[in-house]
Design a protein around this ligand. Structure first.
Ligand SMILES: [Zn+2]
Length: 97
């Protein structure tokens, strides 16, 4: 993943997690398919379990959707990148089998 895509990746994950974007509606032609899949997977994983929104990573909240999005981008930026990298590496390895 090249520098510069990082912000777009974290933004997309946070939008999906906060319910501002549906995973299936996310697409971008500049990233490899397994990276796009990883963004969808991590975003879905970080979605709140109930209608009251608490952060899936640190438990803070409750948030509005917009508030949760901003919290994820501001507080969990590097954590989200790490999760996407891990997921993409796993997918990359699996595709070579
Ligand atoms: Zn948090």
């Amino acid at each position: 993943m090249r520098i510069g895509f990082e912000e777009k990746i974290v933004d997309a994950v946070a939008r999906i997690a906060a319910g501002l974007l549906e995973p299936e509606d996310y697409s971008v032609t500049l990233l490899a398919d397994h990276v796009v899949d990883s963004i969808r997977i991590v975003g879905t994983r970080l979605r709140p379990r109930s209608s009251t929104i608490y952060c899936a990573l640190c438990g803070r909240g409750p948030f509005t959707r917009k508030g949760y999005y901003l919290h994820l981008v501001r507080v969990h930026y590097s954590e989200i990148l790490h999760l996407v990298r891990e997921e993409a590496e796993r997918a990359g390895r699996a595709s070579k089998l």
